[in-house]
Design a protein around this ligand. Sequence first.
Ligand code: NAD
Length: 445
Amino acid sequence: MSDKYLEIANSTWGKKIFTAIGLPDPVPLRREDARQPHKLAGPVLMGASQGALFASSIGASIEAAGVELHDQSMEAKGHLLFDASGIASAEQSAELYSFFNQHIKSVMDSGRVVIVGQKPSAVADADRATVQRGLVGFVKSVAKEIGRKGATVNLILVDSGGEQALEAPVRFLLSAGSAFMNAQVLTVASPVAAMDADWVGPLTGKSVLVTGAARGIGLAISQTMARDGATVIGVDVPQSQDDLVAAMDSIGGLSLPLDITDADAAEKIRDFCLSHSTTLHAVVHNAGVTRDKMLSRMTAHQWDLLMQINLGAVQRINKALLETELLDSGGKIVGVASISGIAGNIGQTNYAFSKAAIIGMVESLAEPCAARGITINGVAPGFIETQMTAAIPFVTRQMGRRLSSLGQGGLPIDVAEVIGFFVSPQAAGINGNMVRVCGQSLLGA
Ligand code: NAD
């Protein structure tokens, strides 16, 4: 669904009027160029604190990836990258201030700011850990300052051994693919599996399973995975079989029309995957529904039906897949939560419960999965333009779009790109992360 406000705000006359009367005029976000996905566009100015731990290896790897890297200033506007891992005291935090005070204005429209620090719990010295934690507040505030340019700021915290797997999150956060991921913290740890893959077609030769693939975010996930080289196995309800088959045919994927709440659905999915390959690279639990009602009016059926689709089926599918070795050594599981599961929402007790539980699933399965070479991560989308959000009443829908630092709703592709990053083999150090893809929505922030 189109966002008329965004279109008018960016027309020649709309811009003048909106500026004159002081209305917010969000910048349309730059997204991946379908012909050259994963290409890092625009110069990057890089700075580092004294004693920074990762700057030289990050600089070398992104320069090798073809990025125009600067260390003083840039003529054209671009992106900023700062290794703050050396900051160990309140006094030394002035180095962070000084770099951004000088250069924040050189961030381009839809530009990226990426800051790298150390995961406080992995730092032995308490004073240093305390100061590193400060980076989170800094990132969230910078995001609020530059969001109106469509620019994003994210923080990577390096856990022990994470330096080996740092290139993938740095490259993703500098790319157009992270357009709607804003003010988030990604933790990178020691990789749980091999990371060798092509940066352009990271999923070449791999199969991925996507539930709810016939439309909306699930369709975008399927298209993004296919773009990255995967054969997609798309699952959706039998009533959507025509849409599912058309979607999968258009990307060379396989269709499995199935209600994931059927008693034998998990086994059917596992057997279907086994009949096509001895390995499954990833499962993306995207299918989900809302059944909004105030708690006193919600029927038991509305609670149970939603809980089975959003949570029960997800757990059963994981169990069936993990009983086999289909996902072992390099496999990926991705859960789709919601900011409703973080902030709560009126009339969504059932939905928020199910989505908070998906966050719990990522947290509780991260360790056992890592032991088998599997990663599990999740996204919590904010307001994304789909049929689900088109059904929201007009005023609430407008508020949902505007109440974020980027001043607009995201597109299904924005969620899909983050999931594409999670399932790329190079992201083997990203495990147990739940990131909001919400443009820094004020809800639950
Ligand atoms: P959508 O309604 O457009 O698509 C959901 C898909 O899941 C549909 O194709 C539907 O047929 C399928 N599905 C539903 N029940 C199923 C079942 N029992 N078995 C198999 N397939 C089933 O929704 P969307 O907006 O694309 O949302 C996708 C996911 O993202 C959901 O988990 C949703 O909760 C989550 N999410 C969406 C938003 C948003 O703003 N759109 C925000 C936060 C979270």
